[in-house]
Design a binder for this molecule. Structure first.
Ligand SMILES: [Zn+2]
Length: 369
């Protein structure tokens, strides 16, 4: 009931109003997983956690969180695989990945969340749109969440045509920027808006290629660039982002306000979309705690630490509180100035572990760098 209310609320960025519902929904979610997933129960017991420890939002940090690294080696589920409608993996070409599944109700709430968030950020359109996907062409061998989300994102406006940078050939994926250039030539002469969707890394690579060959376009009015999937080594360099937006304006003729970035994790089914100032505000459907890298105690807003993501969305797996291997900072919402009052998350980078392969690292391999 509390979860339904949380997801059906009219506002999506109001923590003050949604805090009590969120806490209630989280508690119910924990109890559900505790009684349906023995491993999860053991984890909670071994950490001496009791549901009564959560009396206010300030207590949320007491809930033991499951590290994403743990999910890469353990399959935790609160229902049988038969009930899962969508099964997907986190970035999975390197061998270590989490297997994540969602049941109907979790997906339903996911869809409600995505719908509200995308509508709030003005991403739905009825205009037929040409899509350029700087990512993987869907193929049955590819179960990564990012590929599924990239494909889903081509339904926010009806697709006239889709072209992929990474095409599936006989022996796997190959990068094909020539097709992308041809598509840009063709689309820039049409009236339909163009949406370029992809990893920031590929986008920057494409723009550099175009610039090198002195090619630039004025894409039709209403065109957008949607970025997602992480920044790899660019994390620390905010200037890289500014460079990217500047190049998008110069080379594609798309203004900065029409560039959005998305953040999400396979293990945390909540979507984050940047505000006009390029910040990831935390919506009502999740909360973020930044923890000290050594003590794991929560730190004050403005201080860096490990990113702990929480949501009561999923029934299929105990994903209520997930400890990522990302470093980040949470800022007070009013520091942004866009009008959204909830805190915003800045991802600083991934903690250095060689075995953690990100999408972007694999991208770098494919590009031969
Ligand atoms: Zn903002």
């Amino acid at each position: 009931m509390s979860r339904r209310k949380l997801f059906s609320g009219r506002e999506i960025y109001n923590h003050e109003k949604s805090d009590s519902l969120f806490l209630e929904a989280v508690k119910k979610n924990i109890l559900y997983h505790k009684s349906n997933c023995r491993e999860y129960e053991e984890i909670l017991d071994s950490m001496d956690f009791h549901i009564n420890d959560l009396t206010s939002m300030e207590d949320l940090y007491k809930l033991p969180s499951i590290p994403t690294m743990y999910l890469k080696t353990h399959y935790l589920a609160s229902m049988s695989k038969r009930r899962l409608l969508v099964k997907a993996t986190s970035t999975g070409t390197s061998g270590t990945y989490s297997r994540i599944g969602y049941n109907f109700l979790s997906l339903f709430y996911g869809a409600v969340m995505a719908w509200k968030l995308l509508q709030f950020h003005g991403l739905f359109s009825l205009k037929r749109t040409n899509y350029i996907l700087l990512g993987y062409e869907p193929h049955r061998s590819n179960e990564t969440i990012i590929t599924k989300t990239q494909l889903l994102s081509t339904f926010m406006a009806p697709a006239k045509q889709r072209v992929y940078a990474l095409q599936y050939k006989d022996h796997g994926y190959e990068v094909n920027f020539d097709d992308i250039k041809n598509a840009l030539d063709q689309y820039s002469r049409q009236k339909n808006p163009v949406r370029l969707i992809g990893f920031p890394y590929y986008t920057l690579f494409l723009l550099k290629e175009l610039k090198k060959n002195q090619i630039s376009y004025q894409l039709p009015k209403g065109s957008m660039v949607l970025l997602g999937g992480g920044w790899k080594g660019f994390y620390q360099e905010e200037t890289e982002k500014e460079t990217l937006f500047q190049m998008i304006r110069e080379i594609l003729g798309i203004e900065e306000e029409n560039c959005r970035e998305f953040f999400g994790a396979a293990e945390h089914p909540v979507l984050y979309c940047t505000c006009p100032n390029h910040h990831f505000h935390v919506s009502n459907y999740s909360r973020v705690i930044i923890r000290d890298v050594m003590s794991l105690e929560p730190v004050k807003n403005g201080q860096p630490g490990l990113v702990n993501l929480m949501t009561p969305m999923a029934d299929s797996m105990p994903l209520t509180s997930i400890m990522t291997d990302d470093l980040g900072v949470l800022y007070d919402g009013n520091q942004c100035g866009c009008g959204i009052e909830t805190p915003y998350l800045e991802i600083l980078g991934r903690i250095g572990m060689k075995e953690i392969q990100t999408c972007a690292v694999n991208a770098a391999d494919l590009l031969g760098e």
